[in-house]
Every structure is written in C-alpha cells, then in structure tokens.
Design a binder for this molecule. Structure first.
Ligand code: URA
Length: 240
C-alpha cells in the first residue's frame, strides 16, 4: 500500500492534479480577446425608432433614411431611395423597392418600369412633377432585385408611415403585392386587393399591378387602366 498523496508530492504533481480523459485535455484557454469599448449610443428599439421617425419633417426624414442601418439592405445599397415628387400630392404611389438604376441614382422608378409608370400617370392626368409623390415599401435595393423580406419591410415601415402622414395624399396607389399588403395590412393577392379598394385611416387605397409585371404581361394593362379610373374617382370624391 502506498499513500497516493505522498507519491504525487514526490513526483511533483501536487497540489494540482486532474484526471485526464480521452476527450478532456488540460489546455491553457486564453482569456477572451478584448474588443474595443463601444462608445456608441445603445441600439434603438424598433418602437423608439418609430416614435422618433414619427416626429421628423421631410428633410430630416430623408437625412435619417440616408444613414439608416436598421436592416441588412444597408450593407449592399449604393444610395438610399427615399422618394420623389410633390410633397403635398394628390396621389402617393408606392412601389416595392429600388432596382439597379434607382440604387445608382437615388430616385425611384427611373428604369423601364418607371417610364411605363409615368405614362400611366400621364394618362390619368398626373405627374411626379406636379401631383404625385412616388416612393417604395423599402428605401434600399434588395440585392439582385429579389423580393423585399419581411424583416426589411418591418424595419422600413416607420419611414413609409411618416411619408403618408406628412404628405396627406388624397389617394394611395399601391403597385403590386408588397405595397398593397403593407398598406392594407393583409396577405391577400393582388387580384383580391384590386377588386376591393380599401382605406388607410381616411385615405383611400387602390391596388394595381406593378409596372414591371405589366411590362411582362401587357394584356393586363387594360385592368391597370380600370384601376387608375377607380383611383381618379376615389381621389376626386376624397376631402380637399
Ligand atoms: N420597381 C419598384 O418597385 N420601385 C422602383 O423604384 C423601381 C422599380
């Protein structure tokens, strides 16, 4: 018999001795790397951010959008695309999100879809110079023109909300599924939303096909024309 503690002391393994197992080896684990202290303000909650955005005037709003990092689209955008047109418009037109040309120029609907939109508006007696404000559900380009994702739409919603509150348009014209669903808080199809114009507060909402879709499906333009007639009628009967 031998005394275990005496033996360990003699071979220099005390006072510290741990059993080694096949999966457990003693290694010196370095302390976690010290990162630089973050002196920036604590991250703003969505609610606090929405409440702050709801107080901004047009120029402050655009400045806020320009430096927004509330979602991942900020990592790939070239320019933010806040919106363009009359700030006290008859109609506010809402698309989906900027494409490649819009991302480069910082202006919504400047490509082929934009040309078609301008022609549609002109046929209804409207223009982005005089009577329409044009914006998008998300203010930064989804990479590769993919659909905007729900977290991106959620993060960007306070901007659209504030734009509507500031502009007080007589009518909201939603282009396509994403704008329609956001404005009417529904997951209905474009077909269903077209059939039953809704309201956001006291502002009528008309949903029509997105011009990019109409470029691919020109036979649907007749239906879009019907929607513009509906929009015209509803905005003429809306409060002045
Ligand atoms: N499509 C959109 O939905 N918005 C734009 O600004 C351009 C194309």
């Amino acid at each position: 018999m031998f005394d275990r503690d005496v033996v360990l002391r003699e071979i220099g393994l005390t006072p510290v001795w741990r059993t080694r197992t096949a999966t457990s080896i003693d290694v010196d684990i370095p302390p976690p790397l010290q990162t630089e202290t973050d002196h920036s303000a604590p991250t703003e909650s969505h609610e606090a951010r929405a409440a702050r955005i709801a107080t901004l005037q047009w120029d402050e709003l655009n400045a806020d959008i320009a430096q927004c990092e509330a979602c991942k689209l900020c990592q790939t955008r070239i320019k933010t695309v806040p919106g363009v047109g009359n700030r006290s418009p008859d109609w506010m037109v809402i698309g989906e999100g900027p494409g490649e040309n819009e991302d480069r120029q910082g202006v919504p609907f400047v490509g082929r879809a934009g040309q078609l939109l301008d022609n549609m508006l002109a046929a209804a007696g409207k223009s982005r110079k005089e009577s329409v404000f044009i914006t998008n559900v998300v203010k930064c380009r989804p990479p590769g023109n993919r659909d905007p994702e729900s977290d991106e739409i959620f993060a960007c919603a306070p901007y659209l909300e504030r734009q509507v509150a500031l502009a007080q348009p007589k009518l909201l014209l939603a282009l396509g599924k994403f704008a329609g669903q956001k404005l009417l808080a529904t997951d209905a199809t474009v077909g269903a939303m077209r059939a039953t114009p809704g309201k956001r507060g006291d502002i009528p909402v008309v949903v029509t096909y997105h011009p990019s879709y109409l470029l691919r499906a020109p036979l649907e333009k007749a239906k879009a024309w019907d929607d513009l007639l509906t929009a015209h009628r509803l905005s003429e009967t809306a409060r002045d």
